[in-house]
Design a binder for this molecule. Structure first.
Ligand code: F6R
Length: 369
């Protein structure tokens, strides 16, 4: 069943290009326009929505954090993202103009289900992004956009996460298309870039040898930090979560700009710090800022593991280890930048003798609050 791989997780990491391509299938056309017939929420409701609220847990929450950047940029609708377990109990402000998006691989996560029930009671429309046909969350939602990752067996989510990202981008771009924002041309360009992204994920997978070797060399460490900015920040959180659950190591993700407000005190000699670097094209201010963050932590002894776009030469002098990912539009970078972090965590878990597919204390689907 593992198709020649030692673990389901490795198989599922390898299946990501197909999962991404399958999730786009039939939803984008060559001209750069989107058809999301499944989203049976009438276009006028989508046009009139004045707020988007995303609820999810764990890895799906990280997909939601990334979706916020995309939704606010392409649609100019304010978007909040909240852990489902917090959302339900703080009396959130919801009304029929609020579009709620519930993201869940299993479709059975109790916290997310309770959050969406609460939202529907307040009259909000709920769109589910889900990987499991006919599961409870899509059944109780107004509409569903299925991710086509196929069954995910390993407890740690990998291919489901990448397809959640694709679904989130599709929703963001679709909302932009329906509402006709000033980003029309950019939206069409990004849709075309999305169609190429499965091939880029494949290219990343082909170059993971050095990442595995690096992970094996860090198996004795106690702590790994992850830094990112913009959409790289949720990627850093996801990298840290994968490492906690698989390698049972202390791992934390930070927004790189927060370093000087506290976390930089953690930096000590030879501490591994993974930095997700945004593209030097596009939002180049961000890029310059993160390069100086890398300099700062390296000057304090950190062992820098830098994930940067091909052709980004500015990071080279400060990277103890450099992991290249293909150039993508800024907002799409998480689709390629997350992959090395998955491989890194999986290899560290293996090197530490942990049960990769079934980490201690965890269940694949959390059906209790
Ligand atoms: C982490 C992981 C969990 C799930 C979370 C939500 O690798 O798998 O954090 O993402 O429990 O699960 P779903 O998406 O099924 O609602």
């Amino acid at each position: 069943e593992k198709g020649g791989y030692d673990y389901f997780m490795l198989k599922e990491i390898a299946e990501q290009p197909k999962a991404v391509a399958d999730t786009l299938l039939g939803r984008v056309d060559a001209s750069g326009s989107l058809t999301l017939d499944e989203v049976r929420i009438p276009p006028n409701v989508l046009r009139e929505a004045d707020k988007v609220v995303i609820v999810a847990c764990g890895t799906a929450f990280h997909a939601g954090l990334i979706a916020k950047y995309a939704i606010e940029h392409w649609t100019r609708i304010p978007c909040e993202v909240e852990l489902a377990s917090e959302f339900r109990y703080r009396d959130p402000i919801l009304d029929p103009q609020t579009l709620v998006i519930a993201i869940s691989q299993s479709g059975e996560t109790m916290d997310t289900l309770m959050a969406l029930r609460h939202a529907r009671e307040q009259g909000s429309r709920v769109l589910a992004i889900c990987n499991t046909n006919g599961s409870t969350i899509p059944r109780e939602s107004d509409a569903v956009l299925y991710t086509h990752a196929g069954p995910e067996v390993a407890v740690a989510s990998t291919k489901a996460f990448l397809t959640q990202l694709v679904a989130c981008y599709l929703v963001a771009l679709y909302l932009g298309q329906v509402r006709g924002t000033k980003w029309g041309d950019e939206i069409r360009d990004v849709v075309r870039e999305l169609s190429k992204i499965a091939g880029e994920v494949e290219r990343v997978l082909e170059t993971m040898g050095p990442v595995r070797e690096l992970a094996r060399g860090l198996a004795h460490k106690n702590t790994v930090l992850f830094l990112g900015r913009h959409v790289g920040y949720p990627v850093a959180l996801e990298g840290a979560l994968k490492l906690k659950e698989l390698a049972y190591m202390h791992a934390e993700g930070f927004a790189a700009g927060e370093l000087k407000h506290g976390p930089i005190a953690l930096i000590e000699e030879d501490l591994p710090v993974v930095v997700v670097v945004p593209s030097p094209r596009g939002r180049s201010v961000l890029h310059d800022k993160i390069v100086s963050n890398i300099q700062e932590i390296r000057a304090r002894g950190a062992r820098t593991i830098v994930i940067a776009e091909e052709g980004d030469e500015a990071v080279v002098p400060y990277a103890d280890h450099l992991v290249r990912v293909p150039a993508t539009p800024t907002l799409l970078q998480p689709l390629v930048a997350t992959v090395p972090l998955q491989v890194f965590a999986c290899e560290l878990a293996t090197a530490r003798g942990n049960e990769v597919d079934q980490p201690r204390n965890l269940a694949k689907s959390v059906t209790v609050e």
